[in-house]
Design a protein around this ligand. Structure first.
Ligand code: T4K
Length: 371
């Protein structure tokens, strides 16, 4: 029986490296509510990511929900149907209406040329996603937002430390959110963050994530509890020390897959931009059934029979889910590329401890299964 390989596996440093942090938490008994590790991780991440302000969260979804709250949005928000459900769910949790537009074939990101025709007098914001860490077309998205006086929130859940022309893409838009989930390249078990441009906005976000409490006697608004605890923050501090090595290993795996698979007939790939420093969190391929000879779901099942658990991130499209059927844009707009990609996508296993032998085993299985 061949070894089971999942789509991902969190990178965890040696337990001995984590124990001193745990001991410190035990001794101080400061478990949460802006403890010393929380404060240290905010400072270290601001420096590492080169962003002005960061607010840590218990997970990426609550960061997204809180980011939307912080901008006091009402009405409609233009977003992408090609994402994890948390992107659109966060709009619903804020009583906003998602308006889905199509995506680009070469990146999987929101197609900026489709935004203007979706704008109505009720449009309040644009919520694009840097899918797989591919940077969105920010110049165009921001130009449209400025012209129509719209806010931009980037769901950068996949884009930890991604840079374009040497600059962090996390500074784009009004706010960006990150996820530090166990399946991400930088993980704090669960976790997330909001990146903001001003101290005023950071204070507002920090207040919202702590029930709206200003001091013992003053509650400023109806905030929520979405604070990151000390255990999460401690793991984040440790992960940061290893992040460079984690990305190097991921890049090697990515390149090994590419050299084995890039010329296989019927496999399609997203375009990589030479100006971008990626984090290689995902290895997505698209299977063209006419050329490959098998449909994506057949490949998925075949790999599964061979103990390889790939994932169809992102299928089905959010707009095709029953809960989103009530929104007109799920039907009105022509989501041609979103459907094309969603029906062909397969994310292959990629994580730092995945061996070269395993990458070769997966590549060989794919090649053998093609016609
Ligand atoms: N926006 C976007 C664009 C996102 O992709 C996400 C999350 C969010 C927002 C929201 O951020 P968070 O609130 O999650 O911070 C996963 C993740 O749960 C989710 O974080 C992620 N995106 C989404 C794309 O994928 P599943 O349901 O595929 O995870 P699961 O549990 O099936 O894990 C996949 C594989 O990973 C497992 O087969 C084994 C391995 N694994 C997983 C976990 C949780 C481990 O080895 N250890 C673990 O602890 O959703």
């Amino acid at each position: 029986m061949k070894e089971i390989i999942f789509v991902t596996q969190p990178f965890l440093p040696d337990l001995d490296e984590f124990l001193p942090y745990l001991r410190q938490i035990w001794e101080s008994k400061h478990l949460t509510n802006r403890g010393p590790y929380h404060e240290q991780l905010e400072r270290e991440l601001e420096k590492y990511l080169n962003v002005p302000n960061i607010s840590l969260f218990t997970n990426g979804t609550l960061a997204l929900i809180t980011a939307i709250q912080a901008l006091d949005l009402k009405g409609e928000v233009i977003t992408t149907p090609y994402s994890f459900v948390a992107t659109s769910h966060s709009l619903i949790w804020n009583s906003l209406t998602p308006v889905f537009v199509d995506i680009e074939r070469h990146t999987g990101n929101m197609d900026s040329s489709k935004i203007e025709s979706a704008i109505t007098p009720d449009t309040a914001a644009i919520l694009p996603v840097h899918v797989y860490g591919h940077p969105c077309n920010n110049d165009e998205i921001q130009r449209i937002a400025n012209k129509h006086n719209l806010k931009v929130i980037y769901d950068a859940a996949h884009a930890f430390n991604v840079k374009r022309e040497g600059q962090s893409i996390l500074n784009w838009g009004d706010l960006s959110i990150l996820s530090f989930h166990a399946t991400k390249s930088f993980s704090t078990f669960e976790g997330g963050a909001i990146i903001s441009h001003t101290k005023e906005m950071k204070n507002k976000i920090d207040n919202l994530k702590n029930f709206g409490i200003l001091n013992e006697l003053t509650i400023m608004g109806t905030g929520i509890n979405s604070k990151m605890n000390e255990f999460q923050a401690a793991l984040g501090l440790l992960q940061l020390k290893h992040f460079g090595e984690v990305v190097r290993k991921r890049k090697n795996i990515f390149e090994r897959y590419m050299s084995a698979l890039s010329s296989v007939q019927g496999l399609e790939f997203f375009t990589l931009d030479k100006e971008v420093e990626y984090n290689y969190t995902y290895f997505p391929i698209m299977i063209n059934p006419d050329l490959f000879g098998k449909a994506r779901d057949e490949v998925y099942e075949y790999l599964k029979q061979n103990n390889i658990f790939s994932r169809r991130y992102f299928y089905p499209l959010i707009s095709s889910l029953e809960v989103y059927n009530v929104y007109p844009s799920s039907h009105e707009f022509n989501l041609v590329n979103a459907n094309y990609i969603s029906n062909r996508i397969l994310c292959l296993p990629i994580y730092p401890d995945l061996t070269a032998e395993s990458v070769d085993r997966i590549s060989d299985l794919l090649i053998a299964f093609s016609k």
